[in-house]
Each structure stands twice: as C-alpha cells, then as structure tokens.
Design a protein around this ligand. Sequence first.
Ligand code: FAD
Length: 286
Amino acid sequence: MSEPKPCFSLEVFPPRNTDDSRKIYEVLEDLSHLQPDFINVTYGAGGSKNSDKTLEIVSLIQNHYHIKAIVHLPCIHKSQEEVLDFLDSCTKIGVKDILALRGDKVENAPVSKDFTYASDLVRFIESHKAFKFEIYGACYPEKHSQALDWVSDMKALKIKVDAGVSRLFTQLFLDNDDFYAFKEKCALVGINVPIHAGIMPIINVAQARKITAMCGSKIPPKFERILQKYADKPKMMCEAGTAYAVDQIVDLLTRGVDGIHLYVLNNASVARKIYESIHCLLGRSS
Ligand code: FAD
C-alpha cells in the first residue's frame, strides 16, 4: 500500500500598500503553480479595516484558482456580532475553513468582551452549526511566549483542540528537535490531531532577528553561523536561508510529518525554489 502524500500548504498576508496590492496578484499566480493543498491568508488582529483585503484574496484563491483557502480569524478585538458578520461573508464567497486565533493585543483598540482565548472562538463557531466550518488552530513548538510554563500551555492547547479544532499549524521553528519534543508533549496530553510544521525560509539577517524576537523562537547555533557568515552578502544569505529551510523540510518528511506549511512572506521566487527541491518528496509531479 502506498504511503499517504504529506500535505503541502502556503501562507500569504494581505498587501499593506497599493504597490504590494498589485504584486500580490502576481504572487498568487506564481504560487498557484506549486500544487499546494491549500493556501492560508492572514488577518491582522487590529480590526475590520483589512478584512476586506483578506476576504478578497481568499476569494481569488478559492474561486479563481480553485485551491482551498483557509482564512485566519483573530478574535481578541472582535465582538460576537463582528465574528458572525465575518463568518457570513466567508460563507457567501464559499470559504469553509477557518484558522481560529486569539491574536495579539493592538495598542488603543478595545479588547473583546466576548472572547479571551482562541478556544472561546472555536466554541462559538462550533455552536453555529449552520455555518459548517472546518476549524483549525495555532500551536507553538517552543511554547507560547506568554504562557507561564509548558504545563499550562499544553493544558490550554488540549482545551482548544477538544473545543473543535481538527488540525494544528505550528509557529515557525528553526530547530526540528523542538518540533519532535512538542509532538511528544501533544501525545502525552492526548492531542491526536494532525500537526502541520510551519517552516519559514529566512533570507535576510534583519528579518531573522525581528521575526524570531517577535515569536520568541530561538536561533540555533547552526543558523546563527549562517547569519554571522553571510550578514553582508545578501545573495548568499538568501541561498543559505533557503537551503536551511529545505534541510528542515527533508528531515521532517523522513520523520513522517503530517504537513509542511510554508510561510512564504509573499516571496514567490523563494517558495518556488523550495518547491523545486522537494516536490518529488511531496509526491507531486514536476
Ligand atoms: P490561544 O490559543 O488563545 O493562546 C494564547 C495564550 O493563552 C497562550 O499562552 C495559552 O497558553 C493561553 N491560553 C489559551 N487558552 C487558555 C485557557 N483556557 N486558560 C488559560 N490560558 C490559556 N495573528 C494574527 O493577528 N493574525 C494572523 O493571521 C495570525 N496567524 C497565525 C498563524 C499561525 C499558524 C500562528 C502560529 C500564529 C498566528 N498569529 C496570527 C499569531 C497569534 O495570534 C499569536 O501567537 C497569539 O499570541 C496567540 O494566538 P492563539 O490563537 O495561539 O492563542
């Protein structure tokens, strides 16, 4: 019997300015050729202003490229009414898959009275059965940066999964051993849903420092040496960062990972380079 094909997915974010708005259409066109099982689209926790852009991109992916789209929904600044409106808009454009998130507090925005944690949102969506959404959640192989300790973080994750999450997507990590240790913790607390490994090709030094600090992810010595050696050589840094991501993915695939989720940061050429290195391993045709 042949082994099941590992899942391969991509994540994009809505453009922040008019120039990027034009570019995102080219990016999506390029990404659509990489045979992803689905494409996730992020949504800033800050409010409703960017929801239109998120939904426009999600609709394009789903209805023009006929690729499944997963839309992110952070709830920390949302009321139940706003969530219902958003779910209604998703239903109208045919989107059935939601990554339910708490999000991070945005300065000066009023905090939701209705939702404290992502699990509150999962329960709320689940209670509206008429919508028929598949719900996913986020997880953190190095522990969520605000969690007091591993015990409380794993208990919280178990609550979220039991509320109705069918798959988890990890935050980026640069040391696969953190992911394998995290999978063991999940098994210990009885979390048995598929876990998709979030891999981010880090192609410049400033980006590496900023993103890892923001996520609370550590930079292992092997990657630190890359940053040191190629700090002033952008082309080499890009090549080394891309190769590092490929190396992580190959290792994960040999260990039977449920899915590879590529944080492409709207950089289609890096996504293509990675895809070209691994498409056979993913069971894709060339
Ligand atoms: P939660 O699952 O609610 O966890 C948040 C914290 O609360 C953790 O420390 C947890 O241990 C604790 N906690 C949870 N439940 C309980 C409980 N019942 N009792 C006690 N403590 C609890 N942000 C965006 O704004 N937009 C995006 O599109 C976006 N996409 C993301 C995609 C992925 C794959 C990931 C990994 C993150 C994404 N984020 C996004 C960032 C995310 O919103 C932040 O990491 C946020 O800080 C946590 O969100 P969460 O849904 O994981 O929160």
